[in-house]
Design a protein around this ligand. Structure first.
Ligand SMILES: NC(=O)c1ccc[n+]([C@@H]2O[C@H](COP(=O)([O-])OP(=O)(O)OC[C@H]3O[C@@H](n4cnc5c(N)ncnc54)[C@H](OP(=O)(O)O)[C@@H]3O)[C@@H](O)[C@H]2O)c1
Length: 286
């Protein structure tokens, strides 16, 4: 698997998004563990999660626990796998997503994630989403404190605009390593953040890169150009989508979600799919 970098850590060019294994429509535990093991077999060394990836109110961290269990039961050494988690979102159990970006909550959430992941320090901790009721500087300041205390090794932000990226970089004293924003064929408005990450050398992790849990399977029928180019390469529209993103900049590391081994095994092959400049041009304009 081709490699990219987050901070000073090398990771697979395609990561695994953990969300579909823990929210609405999730599979049973055995299939989730099989999915994570399939990703590891294929060379995936980046797994994205969050404490808020759960369904019921009383199972905060469902996805983190699942990932920790899958890493423990894998067999071969997994110490090189970067688990990237997040804090700042909450799920009260009624299907909604709420927020708490207060420093007190972020500290508590990080401590709980540390326990669930069973590590001394979290590899990459991302502030999930700016909370309109809390100064962004205060939330990012809490992440800086966690970094200073060694509770997290690297810091990232998610769902941010270019001004917030620059502000986070400054508050963290230059130690911001990643930005995670929505980016897919249907949602392209994160281009400015992607370009800024390229300029600043920050990893850019597109979330819902295939259009999200409900839309990923329909990518080819919704975006004919992706299907046409996939047919020319005898591959899937989803692989074309991920290869298109990878070609945008060496800082891009897509994190397609999966709840079945087959889908992540298809997605990882995008790391080796090379698209021609005229194809990339067509996809950009599609
Ligand atoms: N920071 C944030 O605010 C935020 C928000 C949303 C998501 N995320 C992160 O981003 C990750 C990815 O986003 P997402 O899971 O919402 O959406 P996504 O990656 O666009 O789509 C996920 C769905 O795609 C299907 N899929 C994956 N690879 C495929 C392939 N090669 N061919 C056909 N179908 C394929 C999977 O199906 P199966 O389930 O059948 O395997 C899965 O349900 C999440 O898992 C999460 O870690 C972050």
């Amino acid at each position: 698997m081709k490699q990219r970098r987050i901070g000073d850590v090398q990771v697979s060019a395609i990561g695994l998004g953990g969300m579909p294994m823990s929210i609405e429509g999730r599979p049973d535990r055995a299939r989730s563990i099989a999915t994570i093991h399939a990703a590891l077999d294929a060379g995936v060394t980046l797994i994205d999660t969050a404490d808020a990836y759960h369904l019921h109110a009383d199972e905060v961290g469902h996805n983190e626990t699942l990932i920790a269990e899958a890493l423990r039961s894998y067999g071969p050494d997994t110490s090189h796998v970067l688990v990237a988690t997040k804090g700042g979102h909450l799920r009260p159990g009624d299907g909604s997503w709420t927020q708490d970006g207060s420093p007190a909550h972020l500290r508590e959430a990080c401590e709980a994630s540390l326990r669930r992941l069973g590590v001394d320090a979290i590899g990459l901790y991302q502030f999930h989403r700016p909370d309109p009721r809390v100064r962004f500087a205060d939330s990012v300041g809490a992440v800086r404190d966690l970094l200073d205390e060694g509770k997290i090794r690297m810091a990232g932000v998610s769902n941010v605009n270019p001004a917030q990226i620059r502000e986070a970089l400054e508050i963290l004293g230059g130690r911001l390593v990643s930005v995670q924003n929505q980016f897919s064929p249907v949602f392209r408005s994160s281009e400015p953040e992607l370009e800024l990450c390229d300029e600043l050398g920050l990893a850019f992790l597109p979330w819902s890169p295939l259009g999200g849990i409900g839309g990923a399977g329909e990518l080819g029928s919704r975006h004919a150009v992706f299907a046409d180019i996939a047919a020319d390469h005898d591959t899937s529209p989803q692989q074309v989508c991920l290869a298109w993103m990878l070609a945008k900049s060496p800082v891009v590391i897509p994190i397609p979600g999966a709840s079945r081994p087959e889908t992540i095994l298809d997605s990882v092959q995008a790391a080796d799919l090379v698209l021609a400049p005229d194809e990339l041009d067509l996809l950009d304009k599609a």
